[in-house]
Design a protein around this ligand. Structure first.
Ligand SMILES: [Zn+2]
Length: 434
C-alpha cells in the first residue's frame, strides 16, 4: 500500500470491526475502482496487541475460500477482486492521521485502525462508483429431475419451480409478497423471457416498496428507493440522452436485460446449481437414511435428522470437494443409483448448490446504451455473497421443502419452463400423468 499516498484514499464508512476507504488517487490499474478494508482495534487494547510482529499473518478467511474454491468454479473476472495487501505501520499511521477528522465523532477516541496488522483486504468497489449498480438475487435455476421424487411431490416439483411455489406460500400469508417473477425466465437465455423476468422483479420491488429483496438499485453506494427511482433516472440521464421521460424506466430495464444477455454468468450459475443438486433434497434424505440404516448400532436405534452427526466442512474439506467435483470419477457417477459410500460428497455438493441458489449478481450500468460500459473499465457483472452454507441448515431445508410443496394448492398451477432441462429427463417421467 505504500505505493499510494494516504490522501489517495477517501474515507467511506466503518462498522464495529472494519473501516473502509475507496481509492480516489491518480489512475492506477491496481487500485482504480477498489476499496481498502482495514481491521480496527479499540483504543484501550492497542498496546497489548502491538507485540505481534509476525509477517506470516494469515489472510482473511474470505480471501482463502474465494481463491482456493470459488475461482475454480466461476471465472475470476466475475468475482469481486479480493486481494490481500501488505501494510506498513508508518503508512497506516499517516492514513489514520489524514482521515481521523472525517470519522464520526462518536467513533473517534473509542477505536481506530489496527496499526499492528500486516495485511488488509483490497476489494472491488461494486456499488460506489460513477454508475448505477443493480443487484439481483436470482434464486433457484432449475426444475429437479423426477428420479428421486416421491409420488406425492413429483408432479408438482417437475412443473412449478421451487421459487414460484415459495412465492405462493409467502403471498398467501401476506399479499405484499405477491411476486410473479420466475427465475427460470431469468435463466432461460431467451431475450423475451429475460425481459419478462426483469419486469416482474421490478414490479415486486415497487409493490413491496423494496421489501421483496430480489432486486436492489444503488447509486454511488446508496440504495435507491422504488418511489424515487423514476426521478433518479431522469436526473441521471435527462441531459445526456434523448430518451423521453415517459420511457426512461423502460429504457433502463432494457439496458439491464441486454447486459445480462451478453454475459454467460447466469448460465454458469444455473449449471453449477443443477450439477451440484442432482438428487434433490428428497433423494439426499433417502440416501442419508440408507446410510444410517447400514451403520445402525445397538446404542443408536433411531435414524438421525439429515446431516446430524456429520462434521462441519472446513477449508480443507471444501478444497478437496472441489477437486473431487472436477474429477473424472465424480463426473461419471450414476446419480440415478447413488451409493451410500458417496454420501459425504452428495451432502457437500448440496450445500454448495445452496450457496449458488442464494448468491447475488451485481450488474453495473453506465450510459443508457446497450453494450456501452465506457464508465466501467472492466466486466460489468460480478457474483457476490458466495459464503459456504452450514451443515446444520439441512434438517430445516428438508422440512421447508415439504412445507412449500404441500402448501402449493393454487387455483391454477403455474407451469415453469426450464429451457436447460436435459431431454432424457423429460422422457423418463416428466409428463403430466407420471
Ligand atoms: Zn417458476
Amino acid at each position: 500500500m505504500d505505493k499510494t499516498r494516504p490522501t489517495d484514499w477517501k474515507y467511506v464508512s466503518e462498522g464495529g470491526a472494519t473501516i473502509v476507504f475507496s481509492y480516489v488517487g491518480p489512475p492506477n490499474p491496481a487500485y482504480d475502482g477498489t476499496v481498502l478494508r482495514l481491521r480496527k482495534v479499540t483504543t484501550d487494547v492497542e498496546d497489548v496487541s502491538a507485540v505481534s510482529t509476525t509477517e506470516d499473518e494469515p489472510d482473511d478467511r474470505i480471501i482463502e475460500y474465494q481463491t482456493r474454491c470459488m475461482e475454480r468454479l466461476i471465472p475470476r473476472h466475475y468475482l469481486p477482486r479480493l486481494e490481500s495487501v501488505a501494510l506498513e505501520r508508518r503508512w497506516l499511521e499517516q492514513l489514520a492521521t489524514v482521515h481521523d477528522a472525517e470519522r464520526p465523532g462518536r467513533r473517534i477516541g473509542k477505536d481506530h485502525i489496527d496499526l499492528t496488522r500486516h495485511k488488509g483486504v483490497l476489494a472491488t468497489d461494486l456499488v460506489g462508483g460513477n454508475w448505477i449498480a443493480v443487484e439481483i438475487k436470482p434464486k433457484w435455476a432449475f426444475l429437479p429431475s423426477p428420479t428421486h421424487l416421491s409420488q406425492a411431490t413429483k408432479l408438482i416439483k417437475t412443473q412449478t419451480c421451487r421459487f414460484c411455489m415459495h412465492s405462493h406460500m409467502r403471498s398467501s400469508k401476506d399479499c405484499k409478497y405477491a411476486n410473479k417473477y420466475c427465475p427460470l425466465d431469468l435463466f432461460s437465455g431467451n431475450p423475451h423471457r429475460v425481459q419478462q423476468a426483469i419486469d416482474d422483479l421490478w414490479d415486486a420491488w415497487e409493490r413491496s416498496d423494496g421489501e421483496v429483496n430480489n432486486l436492489k438499485i444503488f447509486s454511488r453506494g446508496k440504495a435507491v428507493r422504488p418511489g424515487q427511482v423514476r426521478l433518479f433516472l431522469l436526473m441521471r440521464y435527462y441531459f445526456i440522452t434523448s430518451i423521453s421521460p415517459d420511457r426512461i424506466q423502460e429504457v433502463f430495464k432494457k439496458a439491464l436485460c441486454d447486459t445480462l444477455l451478453q454475459s454467460p454468468i447466469l448460465s454458469i450459475i444455473s449449471r453449477l446449481q443443477r450439477m451440484l443438486d442432482v438428487l434433490d433434497i428428497e433423494g439426499l434424505s433417502k440416501l442419508w437414511r440408507e446410510a444410517q440404516l447400514e451403520s445402525l448400532s445397538d446404542e443408536q436405534i433411531q435414524v438421525l435428522p439429515l446431516g446430524v452427526s456429520q462434521s462441519e466442512p472446513g477449508m480443507t474439506d471444501w478444497v478437496d470437494f472441489v477437486t473431487a467435483f472436477e474429477s473424472v470419477e465424480m463426473k461419471e457417477l450414476d446419480h440415478d443409483q447413488p451409493r451410500t459410500s458417496n454420501l459425504r460428497y452428495y451432502i457437500l455438493a448440496y450445500l454448495l448448490s445452496a450457496t449458488f441458489k442464494d448468491c447475488s449478481i451485481i450488474a453495473r450500468l453506465g450510459l443508457l446504451k446497450p453494450g456501452n460500459h465506457s464508465e466501467i473499465q472492466e466486466e460489468p457483472i460480478r457474483v457476490i455473497d458466495l459464503d459456504p452454507k452450514s451443515l446444520n441448515r439441512l434438517p430445516r431445508w428438508e422440512e421447508l421443502d415439504r412445507e412449500i410443496v404441500m402448501s402449493y394448492v393454487p387455483a391454477e398451477r403455474k407451469m415453469c419452463v426450464d429451457e436447460n432441462i436435459v431431454p432424457s429427463r423429460v422422457a423418463s417421467g416428466n409428463g403430466p400423468e407420471s
